[in-house]
Ligand binder design. Structure first.
Ligand code: 13P
Ligand code: SF4
Length: 302
């Protein structure tokens, strides 16, 4: 099917199913263009509680769709392809948390939303890159078990002065790990007027050289503060920013910073998803109940 026809079919099916399309900032440009709501992980979770459609088509990775389902158990949540998964979320297993709990029984378990529903069921509170430091600062403990992103964990430790026990020991995002000090130096040379916006999933030495360290939603909020930026996160963020602010210059720090899970979703998948009502995201209620508490605590605290 031609692109225009696909879009028309998606629009028709959306109305027929009373569906909305929620999408993350890293989605392909053509997916961003047809989304009803675009955001970072926190904005998407917040929006999920306010949705009044019957069906949510989630153009993002699986943990994001699971979060939407946990917050909307009565709604149908569709993930357009099962290949849309987060490599970092998949690194954390329940055993990692239980092992850390044995060593630090009084430490609260703080999980990045980039984690499975099963592991979230063991969390006291979830966080996103937009609110992690704020939430950990508010917790009544100087030690926290934190996972799965080690870099976000060390950022939180730096900002709050608290001790962070990482679970698993080396949880990371392969996309953000690509950025190096050499990339920062090259960006400063190539674009001497530009400021650097860096996602907290990047390595600590890259974060140290940043002008601002922010979630993808934070990048959108801070962009109008300057007229030229180099963007240290997934490549498609530049499309998102450029569309919002045509008068500001944005440069991707690396063209090869591509999240395979996010890019697995195409317009054809979204069309087939609405046509066949697939793939339905299901979270067993015993897990959902516990995970919901941790997510709701995050929404209350941020
Ligand atoms: P944000 O919440 O900043 O959008 O990050 C989500 C993510 O997966 C980053 O890799
Ligand atoms: Fe997961 Fe990294 Fe992709 Fe974000 S960019 S969804 S953390 S693999």
């Amino acid at each position: 099917m031609e692109k225009e026809q696909l879009i028309a079919e998606i629009e028709r099916l959306k109305e027929e199913r009373n569906a909305i399309i929620m999408a993350h900032n890293y989605q392909l440009p053509e997916v961003q263009d047809i989304a009803d709501f675009l955001g970072d992980s926190l904005e998407l979770a917040r929006k999920a509680v306010k949705v009044d459609a019957d069906v949510i088509v989630f153009a993002g990775v699986d943990f994001m769709a699971e979060t939407a389902k946990i917050l909307n158990p009565e709604k149908t949540v569709l993930l357009p392809t099962r290949r849309a998964t987060c490599a970092m979320a998949n690194m954390l297993k329940v055993e990692h948390i239980l092992k850390a709990k044995e060593q630090y029984p009084d430490a609260p378990v703080v999980l990045y939303v980039n984690s499975s529903a099963e592991t979230k069921a063991y969390a006291d509170v979830t966080v996103t890159s937009a609110n992690a430091a704020k939430i950990v600062a508010k917790l009544d403990s100087d030690v926290v078990i934190f996972g799965p992103d080690r870099n976000l964990g060390s950022y939180v430790a730096r900002v709050t002065g608290k001790k962070v026990i990482p679970v698993p020991p080396d949880g990371h995002c392969y996309v953000h790990r690509k950025f190096t000090v050499q990339d920062v130096e090259r960006a400063r040379k190539l674009y001497p007027n530009a400021r650097l916006m860096v996602h907290p999933e990047c390595e600590p030495e890259v974060q140290e050289m940043a002008d601002i360290i922010v979630s993808t939603g934070g990048m959108i909020r801070h962009a109008p503060e300057w007229n030229e930026w180099v963007v240290f996160t997934e490549r498609e963020m530049v499309y998102r920013l450029q569309r919002l602010y045509p008068e500001i210059k944005f440069h991707p720090a690396r063209e090869d910073a591509v999240c395979v899970g996010m890019k697995a979703i195409t317009l054809s998948h979204i069309y087939e998803s609405l046509r066949d009502m697939k793939y339905r995201v299901e979270v067993p209620e015993v897990i959902a109940q516990k995970a919901r508490k941790a997510i709701e605590k995050m929404l209350e605290m941020s």
